[in-house]
Design a protein around this ligand. Structure first.
Ligand SMILES: Nc1ncnc2c1ncn2[C@@H]1O[C@H](COP(=O)(O)OP(=O)(O)OP(=O)(O)O)[C@@H](O)[C@H]1O
Ligand SMILES: [Mg+2]
Length: 385
């Protein structure tokens, strides 16, 4: 029987799909070599993005099946190596992304950080309500609490379940009633205990939240950043160079110097600032009188200075605060209230200014693999002491 041609083998290999990148391994440049031995034995070497690639056995089986089905093939041996940095760079370009999707984040379309140089300006409130608003607009959204000292996402979105770990050792993010997937250090510590982590531990925790959480397909992942600049921004920039940043500020012009610092930090680590959110802008009494309690014009000023759009102005609202405390986001409970309308308006601007889908989420590509079942091995994660 005639031996199969290399071209035929490559064609067969183009049916093998990388389940994370959702394209075939020939197109992705992951077929390192194909060798046909005289007796019909075929050796294929596949290059992986990382040495410990958990989908190795998937490739092993899929390649053996695809090539083994060809006439004249008597045996298939599948070997692995790792893409060089240059090859990874080419792959990134091909995927049109700033960085390789890592693990579970491969199916996340847009990552948006909510930051501010200052504490207490409403970053967490904005993150929780924007994630809920995006969900309300028909997008899938997640909220990741990057504030390990003052975590607030579980409370603001009213999630009190603990995450489970599935059989593949991925952490499943608990969902809010409105369907926002959440993750927070708060799930792993005893009630209200302080986490005294710094530097490397912090980096590791965030890395785990980005890589080991089964976020699944998400249009938007919103990151609630702790106040200030520093460690977390550096870590995020390293792990997620494609992330974009919104800066929350209050309206008094004097706050701008502080808010600007987070923009400077974003700039330093090469993250794009996508816009400014002015929060606590004005207060309207029940009888309709307006008070500019925290001043006026600060958001506009900062946006101008940074050359980015002012995404919206959210008024002071007691209901916004009450609903955040109750874990029932105002945008879900009272979508017509002025604060909700402002936040939903910001969500619409975010929608309008972000690519709706990354190449890998386009519908002409093969469907996403089923998320791993919980299975018998599901267990709760241990509490960190
Ligand atoms: N527009 C608003 N109207 C009324 N209260 C608000 C508004 N925005 C935020 N708050 C309230 O202000 C407080 C601080 O908000 P939040 O926790 O979201 O700020 P933060 O920037 O995340 O703070 P931290 O820097 O401590 O993480 C909360 O009690 C919140 O409910
Ligand atoms: Mg906060």
């Amino acid at each position: 029987m005639a031996l199969p041609e290399e071209a035929q083998i490559r064609e067969a290999l183009s049916t093998v799909i990388d389940p994370e990148l959702r394209r075939n391994i020939v197109e992705l440049g992951m077929v390192r070599s194909v060798e046909v031995k005289p007796e019909g034995q075929v050796d294929v070497v596949v290059s992986l993005t990382t040495p410990g690639c958990p989908i190795r056995s998937h490739f092993e089986q899929a390649v053996a099946e695809a090539v083994g089905a060809l006439d004249g093939v008597t045996g298939v041996a599948v070997g692995f190596d790792v893409l060089t940095d240059e090859e990874k760079g080419n792959l990134q370009q091909k995927l049109g992304m700033g960085s390789l999707p890592q693990g579970a984040l491969a199916q996340v379309g847009n990552v948006i950080c909510v930051a501010s140089g200052k504490g207490g300006v409403g970053k967490s409130t904005m993150t929780a309500n924007l994630a809920a608003a995006l969900t309300g607009l028909g997008k899938s959204a997640g909220a990741l609490d990057c504030d390990v000292y003052g975590y607030s996402i579980p409370r603001m979105l009213g999630v009190d379940e603990k995450p489970l770990v599935n059989g593949e050792r991925k952490i499943l993010p608990p969902e809010s009633d409105g369907g926002v997937k959440t993750m927070s250090i708060g799930y792993f510590v005893e009630d209200n205990s302080a986490v005294v982590w710094r530097g490397p531990m912090l980096h590791k925790a965030l890395q785990q939240f980005l890589e080991d959480v089964a976020w699944g397909e998400l249009d938007y992942l919103l990151l609630d950043l702790p106040p200030g600049t520093g460690d977390i921004a550096m870590t995020l920039a390293q792990l997620l160079p494609q992330a974009r940043v919104t800066i929350v500020t209050t309206p008094q012009p004097a706050a701008q110097t502080v808010a600007r610092r987070s923009a400077d930090m974003a700039d330093k680590v090469d993250l794009e600032v996508m816009g400014v959110i002015e929060n606590m802008s004005g207060f309207t009494t029940p009888s309709g009188e307006n008070y500019s309690i925290f001043g006026e014009g600060g958001g506009e000023l900062l946006a101008e200075e940074l050359g980015v759009p002012l995404l919206g102005q959210v008024p002071l609202s007691e209901d916004l605060r009450i609903h955040a405390d109750d874990g029932t986001p105002l945008v879900e409970e009272q979508p017509d209230s002025p604060a909700s309308e402002a936040i939903i308006g910001i969500a619409r601007k975010i929608l309008a200014s972000t690519p709706q889908e990354l190449p890998m989420l386009q519908s002409d590509l093969p469907p996403a693999p089923e998320p791993p079942a919980l299975g018998e091995n599901a267990r709760e994660l241990p509490i960190i002491q």
